[in-house]
Design a binder for this molecule. Structure first.
Ligand code: SF4
Ligand code: SF4
Length: 628
């Protein structure tokens, strides 16, 4: 894929994914520095940048978290570096303080933040709309409507950032990140942007007296955006009906207008400059409009801005969009819902039987851990240990990673609370203090190895210093698995493929004064014993559950062990919990033979971990050969 990001062939047309187009734009802009923490839908951007960094002469880093990434970009700006920070919507929230302070001191070398939102929360816990964060920080924001703009807006954003000495944000959504489209390549610079020594009076200092200049900078961006070449209008000269669209909403709206033959009757204003809004440009089209449909992901951000603008100029306009019910209030847009909204705007009745025309709905399925995932064993054993060693039910607090599925059937509905990245330790720390005031339940939390480095460390320090009564489990599967196996400080690798001394989770915990135990979740008996010993003990305990991610192991192509069911021994429905292996344990490798009414192992899914064999009450599951 990367040849498209580094080939020097101006004018060549390439089919590119949105994330790839961002990388190409960064290379055309001659970036010096890029940093990110993995988060879908934009994890691939730094993956690709890391692979081409040496060739193109810049530095790329998977930072321990998004704050480290953004603040590193701000630091490099002092040396006139062009720096790109890539985050997802939750990551932008984590950066809130750095972003707001950054807006107040601005930039010297260009700083561009790419934030990717996830409408419908396909790979997130929420569908937060990052435009509100950017507005709150008084920063300018651009949003591409297609893959070409995803590339072109990156160099444009760097130019503006340096011209107006401010951080510029580019907002993407999942369909832009993962969709594909034609992109005309631009020229590549021979070398990255030249760096300069930091002068005595080069300053990036957040102080309150910078507030007024910051607001003036925002006004300067507004003036700049009035003439932005990436805002487009098409349609009648004096539109009475108008669609204003941002991001992928533009493509859906354009398609709807084309299919309904309304291109000459209804205007379409495609807005790449999301914030601050180019008021003069907008008023030019709003002043004649009677009805306006606003198409955007996810919240009614543009819609409210346009309503306020119309109100300020006493324009009588009916607005439809995500705020007034003209479009669904939540979830990702699609061509069909935008088509319906455009029909309503045009006052065209819906075709008869339209509602029944859609495809057959798919069966809904819950998310599940992969076959052989060590987390499945961890949560099963934890639930069993809590039942065995405490009269009171335990309180389990989750965190963010693959193991968030432990709140569902896959993890036996184990946790009571889950907030955001790195929060589990803090929720548990608070609860753990209540044991001194009458709360008798064991308190447990967990985080993955990547989350441990990301935001769990200050919480662990806090819990250790204040002697909270709780068990912290670090589910160390040697990977940032959920986003695609990006390296973190515990892996010994960097984004640019270099080696680095891996940080020891155990040593870090011990340096904070924690008592640390290690267990292997595939060692059913041993882990069960350790859990039952640790849970009743007072004080803070850390248990590191060590077993590599099943997907990571399958990539290593080791010879897997053969696991099979001796159906003569399988007692099926009578096995204690109604087909325990396939219905309760729930590994995708454990299946059911409906003809023989016995369990069976799916040899394609099974990775040979052998845990189901240890748990089968009849000893019917057999393991042979292979490597552990
Ligand atoms: S051995 Fe059992 S638990 Fe492990 S992957 Fe195979 S079917 Fe799943
Ligand atoms: S293989 Fe074991 S756990 Fe699975 S249904 Fe048969 S007896 Fe029950």
């Amino acid at each position: 894929m990367e040849w498209t990001t580094t080939i020097d062939a101006p004018g060549k047309v390439c089919l590119m994914q949105g994330n790839e187009a961002i990388v190409r734009g960064a290379v055309e802009a001659g970036i010096n520095f890029a940093a990110s923490y993995p988060g879908s839908p934009s994890s691939q951007v730094l993956d690709m940048l890391g692979r081409i960094a040496n060739e193109r002469g810049f530095y790329a880093q998977w930072a321990a978290n998004e704050v480290c990434a953004l603040e590193a970009c701000i630091g490099t700006s002092l040396a006139h570096a062009r720096s790109l920070c890539i985050v997802k919507q939750n990551g932008l929230l984590i950066c809130a303080d750095a972003l707001h302070c950054g807006a107040q001191h601005g930039a010297i070398g260009g700083i561009v933040v790419v934030t990717s939102d996830d409408p419908s929360a396909h790979s997130s816990t929420n569908e937060f709309d990052s435009r509100f964060m950017v507005e709150s920080a008084d920063l300018p924001m651009l949003e591409p409507t297609n893959m070409q703009e995803a590339k072109d807006l990156v160099p444009y954003a760097f130019e503006l950032s340096e011209k107006l000495r401010q951080i510029v944000v580019i907002r993407l959504t999942t369909r832009v990140c993962h969709g594909r489209g034609n992109v005309v390549l631009g020229k590549l610079p021979e070398k990255p942007n030249p760096l300069r020594q930091v002068n005595e009076w080069d300053r990036l200092v957040c102080v309150s007296y910078r507030h007024t200049p910051m607001l003036q900078t925002l006004e300067n961006f507004r003036e700049e955006f009035e003439h932005c070449p990436y805002n487009h209008y098409e349609g009648p000269e004096h539109p009475e009906k108008l669609v204003v669209a941002g991001g992928t909403g533009c493509l859906y709206a354009k398609e709807a207008l084309q299919r309904l033959g309304l291109e000459e009757k209804i205007g379409l204003l495609r807005l790449a400059t999301v914030w601050p809004m180019p008021e003069a440009l907008l008023l030019n089209y709003l002043k004649e409009a009677k009805s306006v449909l606003v198409v955007e992901e996810v919240d009614p951000f543009l819609e409210k801005g346009l309503q306020a603008l119309a109100g300020k100029h006493q324009l009588q306009i009916h607005f439809a969009g995500r705020g007034d019910g003209g479009l669904p209030r939540i979830g990702e847009l699609n061509p069909d819902v935008v088509m319906d909204a455009v029909r309503k705007l045009a006052e065209i009745p819906a075709p008869a039987g339209a509602a029944a025309d859609g495809p057959e709905p798919l069966l809904e399925r819950e998310l599940n851990f992969c076959a052989g995932c060590p987390h499945r064993a961890t949560f099963y054993l934890l639930k069993r240990a809590l039942k065995r060693c405490s009269k009171e039910p335990g309180v389990v607090i989750g965190d963010i990673g693959c193991y968030i599925m432990s709140g569902q059937e896959a993890g036996h509905y184990i946790y009571q609370a889950c907030n955001c990245m790195g929060s589990g330790i803090n929720l548990a720390e608070g609860l753990g203090q209540l044991s001194n005031f009458g709360m008798r339940q064991p308190v447990v939390t967990m985080c993955g190895d990547s989350t441990f480095f990301h935001t769990a460390l200050p919480g662990l320090l806090n819990a250790s210093y204040y002697h909270s009564n709780m068990l912290m489990m670090v589910l160390d599967n040697s990977a940032t698995a959920m986003t695609g196996f990006q390296p973190h400080p515990g892996t010994g690798l960097t984004a640019m493929g270099e080696q680095s001394e891996p940080m020891s989770i155990r040593a870090i915990c011990e340096s904070m004064g924690c008592r640390v135990t290690e267990a292997d979740p595939f060692d059913v008996e041993g882990t069960q014993k350790i859990l039952e010993e640790l849970l009743p003990q007072p004080g803070l305990k850390v248990l590191i559950m060590r077993q590599p991610c099943a997907t990571l192991m399958s990539k290593k192509q080791r010879k897997k062990r053969r696991v099979w069911v001796d159906q003569d021994k399988c007692i099926g429905n009578g096995c204690g919990c109604d087909r325990f292996c396939s219905r309760v344990w729930g590994c995708p490798g454990n299946s059911w033979d409906y003809e023989k009414n016995k369990a069976v192992i799916d040899p394609v899914s099974c990775v040979g971990c052998g845990v189901c064999a240890e748990l089968c009450p009849a000893g019917a599951i057999k393991v042979e050969d292979g490597e552990d």
